[in-house]
Design a protein around this ligand. Structure first.
Ligand code: 5GP
Length: 196
């Protein structure tokens, strides 16, 4: 079992509706040492990709993406949830359906921060149905940039997102892949750890 899987077992809380709460260490209160370990692990996995930008989505991807970007020594960009539909053409836009909030948002990235020479590593905290990642892929590719890969902290392997992204041919790496979880007794089962 790797460091993230151990932490999930220790501090993660399984909620009804296939939601895992990790807000005591990952996406509300954040354990910065853990963030650094995640950053280093994604660097190890993607270091040969010539990454020039790290891309995530607000809000909960930002902390992890910062740690990853620091390891690569490149800027981190986060897609913002657009408040207005009055977008001025200077933005790449994608529609993303939120798994946790069950609503749809336009997310935007300013055109000045992505270009065809960029090699983008996409990072997020969770992968469920894959909407967030597909939105980020669409934004990166609209700019002509290359998507080097996608790094996820926690993939819920029993939901469809991982299969969709891998079937599209992208290099997807998840640090913890949950095979099943049970809100009744609070148990979490992982797919075999890929971390040595
Ligand atoms: P997807 O777009 O893949 O369906 O969902 C990914 C997004 O939903 C992530 O950015 C994450 O913020 C949120 N999310 C999905 N599942 C969970 C979950 O079980 N727990 C938490 N805390 N967030 C989740």
């Amino acid at each position: 079992m790797n460091f993230l899987e151990e932490r999930i077992l220790k501090d993660g809380i399984v909620k009804q509706g296939n939601v895992l709460k990790v807000d005591s260490f990952l996406n509300h209160q954040m354990d910065i040492e853990l963030m650094d370990m995640i950053g280093k692990e994604f660097y190890r996995r993607f270091k040969d990709g010539g990454v020039t930008k790290v891309l995530t989505i607000e809000a909960s991807g930002i902390g992890i993406a910062c740690s990853v970007a620091r390891e690569f020594g490149v800027p981190m960009i986060f897609a913002k949830k657009a408040k207005s539909i009055n977008l001025d053409g200077e933005m790449y836009v994608a529609e993303v359906e939120s798994f946790t909030h069950q609503n749809k948002n336009n997310v935007i990235v300013s055109k000045k921060f992505l270009s065809p020479t960029d090699r983008v590593l996409i990072i997020d905290d969770f992968l469920a149905n894959g909407c967030a990642l597909q939105g980020l892929i669409s934004i990166a590719e609209s700019s002509g940039a290359t998507v080097v890969g996608l790094g996820i902290a926690i993939e819920k392997g029993f939901q469809i997102g991982g299969k969709i992204i891998r079937n599209l041919g992208y290099h997807l790496e998840s640090l913890a892949i949950i095979e099943s979880m049970d809100a009744e007794n609070g148990t979490v089962q992982f797919k075999q750890s890929a971390l040595v």
